[in-house]
Design a binder for this molecule. Structure first.
Ligand SMILES: [Zn+2]
Length: 399
């Protein structure tokens, strides 16, 4: 980092936290952070090694499903073949019967006997037709059955090849992971040696229950459990002179001065906000709630002894409702709109406002948003210098 930035940050820290000289990190904390990284990597590798057989198992299960499907298709083909043989046997039996009836018909004495035989023959012929229909149906179905078997066979072949590949990959991956695990474990043992015994025990106990044993502190909060720290605890963590534990989650707390640098730089370079004049003939306001419209920008202007009010949607810049005109100065005409609103910078002529029509141009909307953002930042940090005119971000109607 450039040395002038470092100077800035530490200067800010000195002003804001007068008791603290220079933020730093305990070497033990640095070791714990490295240890935490090692622990995380070990856990990841461990989980990966454990996951690989599960993945293979899932593919094997799919493979078993395909096998069952193939067996079912093959059984259906066999079933059809057996049925066909049954129908063919029935047909040949019926044909035998018919030929027997015909022989008998040569010897009959009466017309009734002849009729009875003829009836039997006709009945047997009908049966033959019914069996033939069933065989035909099976033949039509056979194509579909064949296709089912072939599809299942092809699928099984592809899946078997895939599982072999997956198994091989899993085997290689496991070997690599095991090697890395051994390396990380050695590294971890080395890092452990660099941490005090009782601190290490505390870290490991909390890690076991919460998944991590050390937590960064930022904006006075424990980043792991999001609980605010007491100011004294916060200062102690920042000072980096002793190890402090989060009251809420028991994790060991640390403060990273380089993160503060990232937080501070934008505010250091934020340009000073221009303050609107209290007696300007036009005033823009932001209101978080306005009737049923939610967040709005209000534009109040004095024109020829009258006051006008325009309401715009904050998100879209769309003009909401009609332009309201009242007698007198806008401060007297619309006091209820000013109270509790945030005053913003903005000044456009009445003609320009009319020219905007039903929607604020994007550039105007952007400038209002930027000023609102600046006003909020100012209110949050209290960073504005005392202006000659007492213009506070939140104005009161009485002022
Ligand atoms: Zn915590």
């Amino acid at each position: 980092m450039p040395s002038n930035l470092r100077f800035h940050v530490f200067r800010v820290a000195t002003i804001e936290h007068a008791r603290i000289e220079v933020s730093r990190m305990l070497p033990e904390i640095e070791n714990l952070l490295k240890l935490q990284d090692a622990d995380k990597e070990i856990r990841r590798l461990h989980d990966e090694v454990a996951e690989l057989p599960r993945r293979v198992g899932a593919i094997e299960q799919k493979l078993a499903g395909t096998k069952t499907q193939l067996e079912k298709a093959q059984a259906a083909v066999k079933g059809d073949e057996a049925a066909r043989r049954k129908y063919e046997t029935a047909i040949s039996d019926l044909r035998g019967k018919i030929s027997k009836y015909r022989d008998q018909s040569l010897d009959v004495k009466t017309n009734d006997q002849y009729k009875a035989l003829l009836h039997e023959i006709q009945f047997a012929e009908k049966e033959i037709t019914a069996n033939e229909d069933k065989i035909l149906e099976l033949m039509v179905n056979a194509d579909g059955r064949d296709k089912e078997v072939k599809t299942a066979q092809a699928q099984l072949k592809a899946e078997t090849a895939e599982i072999e590949k997956e198994k091989e990959q899993a085997r290689q991956r496991t070997a690599e992971d095991e090697k890395l695990l051994a390396e990380w474990r050695t590294k971890r043992d080395g890092l452990r040696a660099g941490v005090r015994e009782d601190l290490l025990r505390h870290y490991e106990r909390v890690s076991k229950f919460r998944g991590s044993g050390i937590s960064e502190v930022r904006d006075q909060k424990c980043m792991a459990c999001q609980v605010m720290l007491r100011p004294q605890t916060y200062n102690e963590v920042r000072s980096g002179t002793q190890t402090i534990v989060c009251d809420s989650c028991q994790r060991i707390l640390y403060f990273d001065p380089s993160k503060e640098l990232a937080d501070q730089v934008p505010s250091l370079h934020r340009p000073k906000r221009h303050h609107p004049k209290i007696d300007a003939p036009q005033a823009w306001y932001y209101r978080p709630e306005f009737a049923a419209d939610g967040e709005v920008f209000l534009c109040l202007t004095n024109v020829r002894g009258q006051a006008s009010r325009r309401v715009y949607d904050v998100a879209t810049g769309r003009l909401l409702g009609d332009i309201l005109i009242r007698e007198g100065d806008y401060r007297q005409a619309f006091p209820e709109d000013i109270t509790g609103s945030t005053r913003l910078n903005g000044n456009w002529s009445e003609e320009e406002l009319d020219g905007f029509g039903a929607e604020l141009p994007m550039v105007i909307l952007d400038s209002l948003h930027a000023d609102l953002d600046a006003a909020r930042h100012e209110a949050a940090t209290g960073s504005h210098a005392k202006p000659a005119v007492p213009a506070t971000p939140t104005e009161q109607a009485a002022s």
